[in-house]
Design a protein around this ligand. Structure first.
Ligand code: RAM
Length: 331
C-alpha cells in the first residue's frame, strides 16, 4: 500500500514538474520594500536579493517601493503585499514608528517581517539588519571630513528624510562622537533632502549660501552626496568645500575624479539585499528570531541577533582616488 502511494506520488510530482507547478507551489515570495524607487543604492541591493534567491532556489523577489521616500507610500505598498499574501516583507523603512501598525497586521496574518538598512521599531518586525555598527558609521562620517581639516572647521550635514531611522541614528552617533573625538569640528547645521535629487540640490545650495565659511558637506545618503557634489562642482567651490559621506562608487567616482570630494565610505549594498533574502528565507522556514540566535547569510557569513533582535553586517569601507575606479564597476 505504502509502495503504491509512493509510486502514485512520484508520478504526480513528475507530471507537476513537467507543467512547472511543483516549483510554483514551493515558491516563497519575498517582498523587498525600499525607501523609494529610482535609487541606485536600492537597485544594487535588489541585485543581491536576486542573487540570494537564485542560490536558495524557488524564491520570487518582489522589488517594490514608493516613488518618493515617504512612510505613507510604504504603508500603501505593505497593505497591498498583505492582500497578495506574500511570505515575507523585508523593508528599509522611511519612519521607525509609522510603519508599525501595518507591519503588525502583516505579522498577524502570518507574514514574516524584517527590516534592513533603515529599521522599524522592534514591535513592527521580527529582526533588523543594520549595514554596520551605528556608532562606527556616525564616527566615520565625521572622520571623513575631519581627515582633510587638520585645523578643524565648519561642517554641515545633508541628510535623507527627517524621519529616516538609519540617517537619524547615524547623525545622533556623529553628534556624540564630535565633542570628544573631533573637538575642532563644528557642526553648523543639519538639513534634509528626502533622498530626492532636486530637494537635495536645493538644500545643498541653501547651506552654501547660509554658511559662507563652510568647509565640508557630509551627506550620509547616496542620493544627497551626489547632489551636494554636483552643486559644489557647478558653483565652482571645488577645493573650498569638500563633499563627503556615504556614496555609491558607481555614481560618485566622477566627484572623486574632479576633486569635489577627497573620500567617501559605504558598505556593499549588494551584500545587504542578499543578506536580507537569506534572513527572510530562514524566518519563512520557521527559524525563531530571538536574541542570541545566529542566522547564516550565505557567502556573506553569519550574524547573531542582539537583545533588540538586531544585527550588523560589516564595517564601512572608504573609497578615494586609489580604489574608487575598481569599486565603481561593482556597485
Ligand atoms: C540612501 C538611502 C539608504 C542609505 C544609503 C547610504 O541610498 O537613504 O537608506 O543606507 O543612502
Amino acid at each position: 500500500m505504502k509502495l503504491i502511494n509512493t509510486l502514485a506520488l512520484t508520478a504526480a510530482l513528475a507530471a507537476a514538474a513537467m507543467t512547472g507547478s511543483v516549483s510554483a507551489q514551493a515558491q516563497e515570495r519575498i517582498a523587498l520594500v525600499v525607501k523609494s524607487l529610482g535609487n541606485g543604492f536600492f537597485d544594487a541591493a535588489a541585485k543581491g536579493a536576486e542573487k540570494a534567491a537564485a542560490e536558495i532556489g524557488d524564491i520570487e523577489v518582489i522589488y517594490t517601493g514608493p516613488t518618493s521616500a515617504t512612510a505613507e507610500g510604504q504603508i500603501d505598498i505593505v497593505n497591498s503585499l498583505i492582500a497578495q499574501n506574500v511570505d515575507a516583507i523585508a523593508i528599509s523603512a522611511n519612519d521607525p514608528d509609522a510603519l508599525v501598525p501595518v507591519l503588525e497586521k502583516a505579522m498577524q496574518r502570518g507574514i514574516k517581517v524584517l527590516s534592513w538598512d533603515s529599521g522599524v521599531a522592534p514591535e513592527g518586525r521580527m529582526l533588523h539588519l543594520n549595514p554596520s555598527d551605528t556608532a562606527l558609521i556616525g564616527e566615520t562620517i565625521i572622520k571623513l571630513a575631519a581627515d582633510y581639516l587638520p585645523d578643524g572647521g565648519d561642517v554641515a550635514i545633508l541628510s535623507a528624510s527627517s524621519t529616516a531611522t538609519n540617517q537619524n541614528a547615524w547623525i545622533e552617533a556623529a553628534k556624540e562622537a564630535l565633542p570628544e573625538k573631533f573637538p575642532n569640528i563644528n557642526l553648523v547645521s543639519v538639513v534634509y533632502g528626502d533622498d530626492d535629487s532636486v530637494k537635495s540640490t536645493n538644500e545643498a545650495k541653501g547651506l552654501i549660501s547660509s554658511y559662507p565659511d563652510l568647509d565640508a558637506i557630509i551627506a550620509p545618503t547616496t542620493v544627497g552626496v551626489v547632489a551636494a557634489a554636483q552643486v559644489v562642482t557647478d558653483m565652482g567651490k571645488i577645493g573650498e568645500i569638500n563633499v563627503t559621506g556615504l556614496a555609491l562608487p558607481s555614481e560618485f567616482k566622477q566627484f572623486i575624479d574632479n576633486g569635489a570630494s577627497q573620500a567617501v565610505a559605504l558598505w556593499n549594498p549588494i551584500d545587504l539585499g542578499y543578506s536580507a533574502v537569506y534572513l527572510a528565507h530562514q524566518l519563512i522556514e520557521g527559524k525563531e528570531a530571538t536574541a542570541g540566535a545566529t542566522f547564516g547569510i550565505g557567502e556573506v557569513g553569519e550574524v547573531t541577533l542582539d537583545d533588540q533582535t538586531a544585527a550588523a553586517m560589516a564595517a564601512p569601507f572608504t573609497f578615494d582616488k586609489s580604489n574608487i575606479e575598481e569599486f565603481s564597476k561593482i556597485y
